[in-house]
Design a protein around this ligand. Structure first.
Ligand SMILES: O=C([O-])C(=O)C[C@H](O)[C@@H](O)C(=O)[O-]
Ligand SMILES: [Mg+2]
Length: 438
């Protein structure tokens, strides 16, 4: 903190002087889910908020077109506002065209209802994180201190296992990956061993809904044999009927920490919850504050996966966690594909949530690329909570420019996530399956 001649601290000028938005395309392996497969590159948006003092705060969110179309006019309205005025940020009317969103099919991301307000929050979250990062850098405080202080020094993450091909289809421009194929129980266990060797993970989540339930039951059994006593979770993104969900819960009840979104919709989840003691988790039927009352009064879910991107930032994540605690519902953390800015933000807010008793999801190990000068490390499956000012990360501008050029050079085919379109490259007859599939 600079001081004047009399030794008194000089207040910083935290007025927003500039906002920079950089859409990028990030390499992604051929990860399979119930909608299809990940495209070779996924869109993300990097937000920079620069104060009159020259302090730059960083944020990150989805980079698909519908998010960009909201972020751009928002960015133009921020100059002259203070990075301290985060409440004011959420009061800005973004005039979301609901017809562009509601009722839209979820072409990728598998994160529940599509609403105008959720789209708005998914954009604002990146600006909130950037404001908090700027505040912390200007005041010399970590973001967790701005959120009330940390209750843990490290945040545990879960190995996010996927069925995957060895590589993207022949002829498709893509970055190679060194994970190999995982299309059966042995492949899933080998992938889990790699996650453990590389990052020390002790908790394992399998993305299911890809193969018939019997095969996924066998894969989780193989994981339980390979990692006895370790927390395991399975997530088919609503691919099963109530009856199938109950069958899987019965078969795996002795080894599952929780069963995530076995079926679609709160009523069906409530039916499954009434028929099993296996805790049900969700990032599909409770993804907005408006969905909490029905789900909690029906005991449809026992764990809600937060996600600061679509819940509307770090402070809303804390609010969600407090509501979950009030109802005796657990809280964990969801992940879509993301980079280090978001991992830093996830870790800062997770550090402040007392009732966080489940390892958080993160796709970060799948991302061979990042826009930071230094990758964030998992050690013993945990990320140390940074006490550096702000988020504690620095932008690698050369990397940012390279990934932006990839986005600029794209003909539009990859600027919006579409797992079904990616699958049709390998299987032209593929269409997003009607749920429930089994
Ligand atoms: O937990 C989840 O449902 C997800 O992370 C949804 C994601 O879209 C995941 O299925 C993926 O990235 O393929
Ligand atoms: Mg999920």
């Amino acid at each position: 903190m600079r001081r004047d001649g009399g030794g008194l601290p000089v207040t910083r000028d935290l007025t927003i002087a500039e906002v920079r938005l950089t859409p990028i395309l990030v390499a992604d392996p051929p990860l399979l889910n119930t909608q299809g497969v990940h495209q070779p590159y996924t869109p993300r948006l990097i937000v920079e908020i620069v104060t009159a003092d020259g302090v730059t705060g960083l944020g990150e969110t989805y980079g698909d077109t519908k998010y960009l179309e909201l972020a751009r006019p928002l960015a133009e309205r921020l100059t002259g506002r203070s990075v301290m005025d985060v409440n004011g940020l959420f009061g800005i009317d973004l005039a979301v065209d609901a017809s562009r969103v509601e009722g839209g099919t979820d072409a990728g991301g598998l994160r529940g209802v599509q609403t105008a307000d959720k789209l708005r929050l998914s954009v604002l979250s990146a600006f909130e994180v950037a404001c908090l990062d700027a505040q912390g850098r200007a005041l010399g405080l970590p973001v967790h201190a701005l959120l009330g202080g940390k209750v843990r020094d490290a945040v545990e993450y879960s190995a996010y296992l996927f069925y995957k091909w060895a590589g993207h289809p022949a002829g498709v421009p893509a970055e190679p990956d060194d994970w190999g194929a995982a299309l059966d129980p042995a492949g899933v266990v080998e992938q889990a061993r790699l996650f453990q060797r590389r990052h020390g993970f002790g908790s394992f989540k399998l993305k299911g809904g890809v193969f018939p339930p019997e095969q996924e039951i066998a894969a989780v059994r193989a994981l339980a044999d390979a990692f006895p006593g370790h927390p395991l979770r399975l997530d088919p993104n609503g691919a099963w009927s109530v009856a199938t969900s109950l069958k899987v819960a019965k078969e795996l009840g002795d080894v599952l920490e929780y069963l995530e979104d076995p079926t679609l919709g709160t009523p069906a989840m409530a039916e499954v919850a009434a028929g099993t003691d296996v805790p049900l988790a969700t990032n599909m039927c409770v993804t907005t504050f408006g969905e909490i009352k029905e789900a909690f009064t029906k005991d449809a879910v026992q764990v809600v996966l937060s996600d600061h991107h679509y819940w509307g930032g770090l402070r809303n994540t804390q609010r969600l966690a407090a509501i979950c605690a009030a109802f005796g519902v657990g809280v964990s953390m969801h992940s879509n594909t993301h980079l280090g800015i978001s991992l830093a933000a996830m870790t800062q807010v997770a550090a402040t949530v007392p009732g966080l008793h489940h390892a958080c999801d993160s796709h970060y190990p799948w991302q061979s690329e990042d826009v930071l000068t230094e990758r964030i490390a998992f050690r013993a499956g945990r990320v140390a909570v940074s006490d550096a000012p702000g988020l504690g990360v620095e932008l690698d501008r050369d990397q940012l420019a390279r990934l932006h050029r990839r986005w600029a050079d794209d003909d539009g085919a990859l600027r919006d996530r579409d797992d079904a379109a990616a699958m049709r490259v390998a299987d032209p007859a593929w269409h997003t399956p009607v749920m429930p599939r089994w």
